[in-house]
Design a protein around this ligand. Structure first.
Ligand code: ZN
Ligand code: ZN
Length: 376
């Protein structure tokens, strides 16, 4: 469906001044405001007018519109009614200075304000905690015990906030127990009726005359809670783990918020995760490398024996299958352990060792080959 010309919508000339545009908009907004208008499709019309005004009241947007038409504007930021979004309220509020935003929210705000009304359960807030694991714990998973500091439901009053719920909870007289009050506000649209949460009972519909001493009438209090969480196998670092309903308690029997865990892994000097594989830089003896040997390779599953051939060079790679990370938390399939041999020379020698090595020094196998010198 084609969009109507913005000037046409507001009923002004294309060379209209800012004041003329503002005046035209005010009149039309008054006429089509969905809560006072008897017109058909008032809401759609109101939205169109708004969009037009949003563009034409902004010098840059207007210039773009004048040059490129609807292509030159991006009015998608307009959130629309009904889901709480209302883009571009800044200009709007300027014109109707004084509290318009509030009324507006009550009309179109949707759930937000309403959720405070009586008996509406409110989900508790989400909380987060960070967990540091070793590489091995990351691979196999871990039972993590946390002492969380959370909003807990008060056991003394069962979350009611009253010393004795049967005696000290009464219907709020201000709102007659409804949780909200009707207000009338005079505005440029005439008298506007709307509902607001009751200021005396904060939308609960009831008041407590003798408050629970433990939670001071809140129904909840800040306290510690020990939780045990099974971290899945082979999760990734910085992966967010969500644990449902371990966060703060909700109001009016609303469900608890969620707990988000931020996982970080302690750095390991020798082992490193690369996707599903585990990499190991393994220091091996110079003589083992030279002569060959049966060596022990440490893995997270215990030692694995490996036959090292003679003349193993540094940075030689050996694969030990199925000793890496799990392909997924539920999979039994695993990546490899990839061992990188680091041939290591001794840092200290005894006199006896030196004597033996001196003897070898001049034997032919320990000399750098002629091949090297010939190719310099
Ligand atoms: Zn209490
Ligand atoms: Zn009330």
């Amino acid at each position: 469906m084609g969009k109507r010309d913005y000037y046409e919508l507001l009923g002004v000339n294309s060379n209209a001044t800012d004041d003329e545009i503002k005046r035209a908009f005010r009149q039309l907004a008054k006429k089509y405001h969905p809560d006072v208008s008897k017109e058909k499709n008032a809401e759609a019309k109101f939205k169109e007018i708004n969009e037009a005004y949003e563009v034409l009241s902004d010098p840059n947007k207007r210039l773009n519109y004048d040059q490129f038409g609807h292509m030159g504007t991006n009015t998608n930021s307009f959130g629309g009614f009904g889901n709480g979004g209302f883009g571009g309220t800044a200009d709007f509020e300027n014109i109707f200075s004084g509290g318009f935003g509030d009324i507006f929210e009550n009309f179109f705000g949707g759930g937000k304000k309403q959720s405070g009304f009586r008996n509406q359960p409110i989900k508790g807030e989400n909380i987060s905690a960070s967990v540091v694991v070793t590489l091995k714990e990351q691979m196999f998973g871990k039972t993590v015990k946390l002492d969380l500091n959370i909003d807990k439901k008060c056991e003394s009053c069962e979350g009611t906030g009253a010393k004795d719920p049967k005696k000290y909870i009464h219907n709020c007289t201000t709102c007659d127990g409804y949780g909200y009050i009707n207000i009338e506000q005079r505005s440029i649209f005439g008298i506007i009726k709307s509902q607001q949460p009751c200021p005396d009972c904060k939308g609960r519909g009831e008041v407590i005359t003798n408050k629970c001493s433990k939670c001071k009438g809140q129904g909840h209090y800040r306290g510690k809670e020990a939780v045990e969480i099974e971290l899945p196998k082979s999760i990734y670092e910085n992966q967010q783990v969500r644990i449902r309903e371990k966060g703060n308690y909700g109001l009016n029997n609303g469900s608890r918020g969620d707990l988000y865990l931020e996982i970080s892994v302690k750095p390991n000097k020798y082992f490193k995760r690369v996707n599903d594989d585990l990499h190991l830089n393994l220091p091996i003896s110079y003589l083992d490398a030279l002569l060959g040997a049966e060596i022990k390779v440490p893995t997270f599953d215990g030692d694995v024996h490996l036959k090292l051939p003679s003349n193993t060079k540094t940075n030689s790679i050996f694969n030990i299958p199925n000793h890496g990370f799990f392909k997924s938390p539920t999979s039994s399939k695993r990546g490899d352990l990839i061992v990188n041999m680091i041939v290591t020379i001794p840092t200290k020698l005894s006199t006896e060792e030196k004597t033996i090595l001196q003897k070898l020094k001049n034997s032919s196998s320990f000399k750098i080959t002629d091949d090297f010198y010939e190719n310099l």
